[in-house]
Design a protein around this ligand. Sequence first.
Ligand code: NDP
Ligand code: GDR
Length: 366
Amino acid sequence: MKTALITGVNGQDGAYLAELLLEKGYMVHGVKRRSSLINTDRIDHLYQDPHSENVRFKLHYGDMTDSTNLIRIIQETQPDEIYNLAAMSHVKVSFDTPEYTANADGIGTLRILEAIRILGLEKKTRIYQASTSELYGLVQAVPQSETTPFYPRSPYAVAKLYAYWITVNYREAYNMYACNGILFNHESPLRGETFVTRKITRAVAAISLGLQDKMFLGNLDARRDWGHAKDYVKAMWLILQQEKAEDYVIATGITTPVRDFVKMAFAEVGAEIEFKGEGVNEKGFVKSLSNPEYDALQIGQEVVSVDPAYFRPTEVELLIGDPTKSKTKLGWEPEYDLSALCREMVASDIEVFKKDNKTQWEHLAG
Ligand code: NDP
Ligand code: GDR
């Protein structure tokens, strides 16, 4: 049985990856930092009672800013594969917490690599580093591939640039099997609520159920290459199963503006949205309705406004990835397209709000 260690196991990707590796028969250890409230919702369905026999999923308290803790966990678990997914992953927030982001996202990766050296596990342990399309930043060329130059545009991306190169350096210097997956944006019903797709699908659900009037967004012109997290964790696993350690771009090759994702999400509840105005004055209105189930929506209703508070000091305007290498070398093929992803996210958020409402109502009735 192979043993894997996942940092950031209770994040979006950690949850899908833990599920995939358990399906494949791995012993899975996850690193989770301590929080004042239990925040394991995404992995609760994978929980195994530590008192039972043959437990294959175990959590450890840890933090990317704590070297001794990481060394101890790696020593105890002796992993064949480490997936380093833990990070302060919100680009906008990294402008508010740049030093912490550098520590956790940049030096945190170094701590994992050094732990492997200190413990003499260079030949045993393979390492996946969660690199990102944010490395490309200011557009140099499109579509972006493994050879496109980087130009990071946020403290998050600069920290991830260090993590990218230290991974490459340890591979070359110490002959370690350490790889970067340069993943473009990937989303799911488990996506954090403050990333733009989930913010939109949650707002569409709340607005169409009459629980909210409208949503405030930032840059509607930004374009992203969005895929489904479920497809992308399969690529992470494939990257560590190759003969030779290499870096790979994982993307769909299709880019979509934020504004169009808003339209797609509202279309799921039968509402057609038209945008009027420009820049900070741009607004989205309901133009037509075709699903009587969502009678809280009104023709002419203003459902989107721009709030400059969501603008970033430096923005990444256009991301579009070239997945040729991962398709040919890894045989990776995504199963979801953007409309299937959007459909799943809106449907899931509608379910969540309906369930919450029911709970409130039951509470009142009780
Ligand atoms: P999430 O934000 O959903 O998850 C990040 C995880 O890291 C959470 O479990 C979080 O814990 C944990 N974490 C944060 N800081 C620390 C710390 N100091 N020590 C230990 N754990 C910590 O991110 P995703 O799952 O979406 O992304 C996974 C990784 O992939 C990240 O590194 C991200 O930067 C990168 N990435 C993501 C892409 C995407 O589109 N999703 C694209 C490319 C790269 P807690 O729950 O307590 O906050
Ligand atoms: P990103 O994702 O910054 O690409 O990083 P996010 O969903 O936050 O933003 C995507 C684009 O949408 C624009 N935008 C808004 N973004 C947010 N969060 N909220 C808004 O209201 C809003 N309005 C417009 C943004 O300006 C941006 O252009 C994600 C993270 O998962 C990173 O960890 C990962 O490395 C990259 O994807 C690839």
